[in-house]
Structures are given as structure tokens and as C-alpha cells.
Design a protein around this ligand. Structure first.
Ligand SMILES: [Zn+2]
Ligand SMILES: [Zn+2]
Length: 215
């Protein structure tokens, strides 16, 4: 098993409340902290695993390289906007090679596509392409905040995404505290689907502000 998958698979629900946050935005997309500040905060909070997952960009990794900082490990990441049929979804890639040519090509070329929700909605990226690109860059593909997918048959949608290569679901996510996010399914339902479809369960706080434990 790939080392990264092993590490992430071993993280439990409690880890995502205590010492792991695999969903953080910086000021290179629509977050507040700089990449260096994210590292400093994570060290202060004694977080063991973090990932910077900016919208459609991996520029943070020009500033801070994936690797170990004190007791904190920074796992490379990116959150791509894409479409699965008529659903606008976010696919996160973890453990991607930040120097991969095609992955860099898939990233946004202008600031609006990293920062503005409305502009990002006009993305032409398909889920199949984003997943393929993440995997070819050595990463794993995870559906972000799956409870927000507006569909009557979530399991069907997720099993089709799995057939496109999806590896996991972001099961542990602070839906309640999230502005603009509408939730259509329960965490329990997502957890059950992850088990049924044998998908990895990940988690993160989708931090945009200064508090990496904001829930
Ligand atoms: Zn998202
Ligand atoms: Zn996000």
C-alpha cells in the first residue's frame, strides 16, 4: 500500500478533531494565513498532519515544501472545482507531485479562479479529468464535503466517481460552522457509503481564517 494512503487510512475520527486537519486554505486562494503562518499555527496547536488545499492552485508549495516541520507533517494538496454531470463538486488531491506538468496545467491561471466562488462555478473541468490528473501525479483523489452534493442517489453518484478513480470521501467535516454550505446528507450516511464502497475516510476543517481548529 502506498505510504500516504496507509497514513491517511490510519487516521481516525478523533484525529480529525485533535491532531489532523487535511483541508486548509491560504492567502494564495481565499484563505487568510500565508503558507508559513499555517505551518507556525499547526506547530503551535501540535497538529500531526496538515494539508494546504487551495482552490485550483498549488502555489503555496512554492513557499513551503511538503514534509516535516517539527512534529507537524505537511502533506501536499489541492482542491479542484469540477463537474460531475450537473453537480458542481470539489475534488481534493493529496500527496500529489507538485512538479507534475499536467497537474500544473490543470491549475488556475488567474486569481479569480482561485478566490471567487462565482467565477469558479464556470470551471470547465470534469471530475474524470481531475481525478485522472491527481492520480497520474502520484496522489489520491478525495471528494470534499460530500454531504453537500445535491443528489437523490448519493451512493450511485459516489460509486460512479469511484469508477472514475476516486479513492476517498471527506467524511469528517464541520458542516455546521460553514457559511454558504448547504448540507443534504448526514455524516452517518456518508460514513456508511464510504464503508460500503471501500473508500478511504478523510477529514478537515476547511479552514479559511486564522484558526486551524475552527469547527
Ligand atoms: Zn470545497
Ligand atoms: Zn476548501
Amino acid at each position: 500500500m502506498n505510504e500516504l494512503i496507509r497514513k491517511i487510512t490510519n487516521l481516525k475520527k478523533s484525529d480529525y478533531y485533535d491532531n489532523a486537519n487535511l483541508h486548509i486554505h491560504t492567502n494564495l486562494s481565499d484563505g487568510t494565513l500565508t503558507p508559513q503562518q499555517v505551518i507556525e499555527k499547526a506547530k503551535e496547536l501540535n497538529l500531526k498532519y496538515i494539508s494546504i488545499t487551495d482552490h485550483n492552485t498549488i502555489e503555496a508549495y512554492d513557499i513551503v515544501k511538503p514534509g516535516i516541520y517539527g512534529n507537524t507533517e505537511l502533506i501536499s494538496g489541492v482542491e479542484f472545482d469540477c463537474w460531475y454531470k450537473t453537480n458542481f463538486i470539489h475534488i481534493i488531491g493529496y500527496g500529489i507531485n507538485i512538479n507534475d506538468k499536467n497537474l500544473n496545467k490543470l491549475c488556475a491561471k488567474d486569481k479569480a479562479r482561485k478566490t471567487m466562488d462565482l467565477v469558479r462555478l464556470f470551471s470547465a473541468r470534469r471530475s474524470s479529468k481531475a481525478i485522472k490528473c491527481i492520480k497520474e501525479a502520484g496522489g489520491i483523489a478525495v471528494l470534499a464535503h460530500p454531504a453537500c452534493c445535491w443528489t437523490f442517489n448519493l451512493k450511485n453518484m459516489l460509486s460512479e466517481l469511484k469508477s472514475q478513480g476516486l479513492d476517498g470521501l471527506e467524511v469528517y467535516y464541520p458542516y455546521k460552522s460553514h457559511r454558504k454550505i448547504v448540507r443534504f446528507h448526514s455524516t452517518k450516511a456518508i460514513e456508511e457509503i464510504a464503508a460500503d464502497l471501500n473508500l478511504i475516510k478523510t477529514g478537515g476543517a476547511d479552514s479559511h481564517g486564522t484558526n486551524l481548529k475552527d469547527r
